[in-house]
Design a binder for this molecule. Structure first.
Ligand code: DX5
Ligand code: ZN
Length: 221
């Protein structure tokens, strides 16, 4: 069965980049489980963020699991660089991978956990064939590209549908949900089947990140 308690993954995208190390320490102290790194290329998504050099700097500041979300075209080209930089988990977008099975096996062959993400407009059913091979699925609950967007409600039904699917073929697989997660909607997504909640704005812009983290991690199905 999936992880018993809800996992919290703050997205470093919403942190203060002039104080990166302190931001990571805030997440560590708050008991966060993964450090979520949003990689954007200005091609697959409209925004550009950072590359392996910054991931390496983040990994050097923490023993937390480094969860790298590649919102980039042709991710195969950079997977090895991000794993060498310290990523423990690599998630690619289904929409960017014509040879998804090969990409997933490639990530695993390099010793990292492998995930697939789908955009709000991509049906969960497109994951059916690859599901047995995955360590995690990252459901996008906003259109990828920016932090601070509003949660798209249809993501709840997709979470429920994916939860049903994984029970049949891969119950160990983790369901993560990413975008617009708040203390207010966290319970609903966990009840629907999410195991890991990615939170950028809700965590780093909170007046009390430790309290926000405690509330989110206390959610149970
Ligand atoms: C969106 C990113 C998310 C985002 C989360 O493209 O993948 O990880 O930064 O930020 P919030 O929690 O602010 O929606
Ligand atoms: Zn993300």
């Amino acid at each position: 069965m999936p992880a018993p308690s809800t996992l919290l993954a703050p997205s470093i995208l919403s942190a203060d980049f002039t104080r990166l190390k302190e931001s990571i320490e805030i997440a560590t102290t708050a008991g966060a489980d993964w450090m979520h790194c949003d990689i954007m290329d200005g091609n697959f998504v409209p925004n550009i963020t950072f590359g392996p050099l910054i991931v390496q700097a983040i990994a050097a500041c923490t023993s937390m699991i480094i969860d790298t979300h590649l919102m980039i075209a042709n991710p195969d080209r950079y997977i090895e660089d991000f794993i060498k930089a310290g990523s423990h988990q690599i998630t690619v977008h289904q929409e960017t991978c014509p040879h998804l099975h090969r990409t997933i096996q490639f990530i695993k062959s390099l010793g990292a956990k492998a995930g697939v993400s789908i955009n709000p407009g991509t049906p969960v059913s497109t994951l059916e064939s690859i599901l047995p091979d995955l360590d995690l699925v990252l459901l996008m609950s906003v259109n990828p590209g920016f932090g601070g967007q509003k949660f798209i409600p249809s993501s709840i039904g997709k979470t429920r549908q994916l939860h049903e699917m994984r029970l049949q073929v891969n119950p160990q697989m983790v369901i993560a949900i990413d975008g617009g997660i708040t203390e207010e909607n966290a319970q609903e997504v966990v009840s629907a089947g999410a195991d890991a909640l990615i939170a950028g704005t809700a965590f780093f812009k909170s007046t009390n990140p430790a309290l926000t983290a405690a509330k989110i991690r206390a959610m149970t199905r």
